[in-house]
Design a protein around this ligand. Structure first.
Ligand SMILES: Cc1ncc(COP(=O)(O)O)c(C=O)c1O
Length: 390
C-alpha cells in the first residue's frame, strides 16, 4: 500500500487532503512523490517562515540533535533561557515568557493566567472573557470556547462557560458586553482563519482603554500574524497599542512544535511553581531552532524584505484586475484575496498549476508563503494564480 492507502486504512479521517504525498522541499518549493513541484503559498499554514532546506536551520538541528532532545521542565536549559531573553528584548511590553507546544496551548495558558490574575487581585466572580466574531484561537476546550464557529464547537458542547462575543472592529459591540466580571479581552491583530481582517487602529486603542477601565487584561493572539508575517516582528507594532499578554506559536521554530506566551511582570507575578506546566515545552532541541528563527526574522533587513515583497505581491494581485477578485486585504506576506466565488475549487485547481493555495473561510484565498519568497517567485505565483482563476 502507498502512503495514501495506508492513511485511508489506519489514520482517523479528521482532515481532507488532496491526493498528493509531499516528500521534499527547497526554498519556497515543495515536491511530491511523483516529482511534481509546487510553489508554496501556504507554508504549512503560516509556519515555515524560513522555507525549506535552510542551511542554518539544518546545521542547528544537527548540532542540537546530537545532544539530549529533552530534559523536562524539572531542570534549567540554556537554549530556552536565551530564547526567552531574546523575545523579551525585542518586545517592548513583555517582561517574561512561558513556553508551550502549540498555538492552542498558548491561548489556553493566556486564559489561565488572566483568570489567576483576576482572582489574585479582584477576588471571585471575575472570570469571563470577551472574544470576537470571526476569531480562531485553537481547538482545545478553552480555546475552542473563544472560537465562535458552530461547526467546530457544536459536537463538543458543553464548552467553557463565560465567553462573551463582540463584533470585530466594532467598539460599541464591546461596550455592550463588557463589565467588571470580565478578566480578559482576546483578539487577533490580524484575523487569519476568519478571512485576513486587520484590526483598525482606533478600534484597538479604544479596546485598550476599555480593558483598563474594567481591570481586564488585553491578550493579543499573534499565533498566525506574529513573527514577521505582516512585515513587523509583531503584527500589533504599527497599531501603537500594547497588550498585557501575547500568544505566539506557528513560525517560531520553523516547523517544530512550539508556543510562547509573553507577559508583563504583573501577570508573571501571580504565576507560581505548579500553577501551570507541560512536559515538553521549552525543550533544548526546539528552542535551539527557535533562537535561529527569532534572530533571523527580527533583523530589520529581513522585515524590510517582508514589507517590500508583500507590498509587491499585493500590487501585482490588484493589477490583475481579475473579475473574480473583489479585494486584496492584509499586510506583509499575510494576504487575503476576497473572491466572488467559493475558494475550494480554486485551491483544487492550484494543484494542477503547481501552486499550493489555502482558503480562509468560504470565499477568501489566504496567501501566507514562506517569508523568504522573492519577487521573481511572486511573479510566478501571480501568473499561476491568474491561470487558475482564468
Ligand atoms: C490565531 C490563531 N490562534 C491559535 C491557533 C491554534 O494554533 P495550533 O493549531 O498550533 O493549536 C491558530 C491556528 O491556526 C491561529 O491561527
Amino acid at each position: 500500500m502507498n502512503a495514501i492507502e495506508l492513511e485511508q486504512q489506519y489514520v482517523v479521517h479528521a482532515y481532507n487532503r488532496p491526493p498528493i504525498v509531499l516528500v521534499d522541499g527547497q526554498g519556497v518549493w515543495l515536491e511530491d512523490a511523483e516529482g511534481n513541484r509546487y510553489l508554496d503559498l501556504v507554508a504549512g499554514i503560516a509556519v515555515n517562515a524560513l522555507g525549506y532546506g535552510d542551511p542554518e536551520i539544518a546545521s542547528t538541528i544537527c548540532e542540537a540533535g546530537k545532544k539530549p532532545l529533552h530534559y523536562s521542565n524539572l531542570y534549567h536549559n540554556e537554549p530556552m533561557a536565551r530564547l526567552a531573553q531574546k523575545l523579551v528584548e525585542i518586545t517592548p511590553f513583555a517582561d517574561r515568557v512561558h513556553f508551550q507546544n502549540s498555538g492552542t496551548e498558548s491561548t489556553e495558558a493566556a486564559i489561565k493566567f488572566a483568570r489567576k490574575f483576576a482572582r489574585t487581585h479582584f477576588g471571585e466572580g471575575k472570570t469571563d472573557i470577551v472574544a470576537f466574531t470571526g476569531a480562531f484561537h485553537g481547538r482545545t476546550m478553552g480555546a475552542l470556547s473563544m472560537t465562535p464557529r458552530e461547526k467546530y464547537q457544536k459536537p463538543y458542547q458543553p464548552l467553557m462557560p463565560g465567553v462573551r462575543f463582540a463584533r470585530f472592529n466594532d467598539i460599541d459591540s464591546v461596550r455592550e458586553v463588557i463589565d467588571d466580571g470580565v478578566c480578559a479581552i482576546i483578539i487577533e491583530p490580524v484575523q487569519g482563519e476568519g478571512g485576513i481582517h486587520p484590526a483598525d487602529v482606533g478600534f484597538m486603542a479604544a479596546l485598550r482603554e476599555l480593558a483598563w477601565e474594567h481591570n481586564a487584561l488585553l491578550i493579543f493572539d499573534e499565533v498566525q500574524c506574529g513573527v514577521g508575517r505582516t512585515g513587523t516582528f509583531w503584527a500589533h507594532e504599527p497599531l501603537g497599542v500594547l497588550p498585557d499578554i501575547l500568544c505566539s506559536a506557528k513560525p517560531l521554530a520553523n516547523g517544530l512544535p512550539i508556543g510562547a506566551v509573553l507577559v508583563i511582570e504583573r501577570v508573571a507575578e501571580v504565576i507560581h511553581p505548579g500553577d501551570h506546566g507541560t512536559t515538553f515545552a521549552g525543550g533544548p532541541f526546539v528552542t535551539s531552532v527557535a533562537n535561529v528563527v527569532v534572530n533571523r526574522i527580527s533583523d530589520p533587513a529581513f522585515l524590510q524584505h517582508v514589507q517590500e515583497t508583500g507590498a509587491y505581491f499585493k500590487a501585482r494581485l490588484e493589477a490583475l484586475n481579475n473579475p473574480h477578485i473583489v479585494e486584496v486585504r492584509g499586510r506583509g506576506l499575510m494576504l487575503g484575496v476576497q473572491l466572488d466565488m467559493p475558494a475550494a475549487p480554486v485551491v483544487q485547481a492550484g494543484y494542477e498549476h503547481g501552486l499550493l493555495l489555502l482558503n480562509a473561510g468560504a470565499d477568501v484565498l489566504r496567501l501566507v508563503p514562506p517569508l523568504i519568497i522573492s519577487k521573481d517567485e511572486v511573479d510566478i505565483a501571480v501568473e499561476r494564480l491568474a491561470a487558475v482563476l482564468g
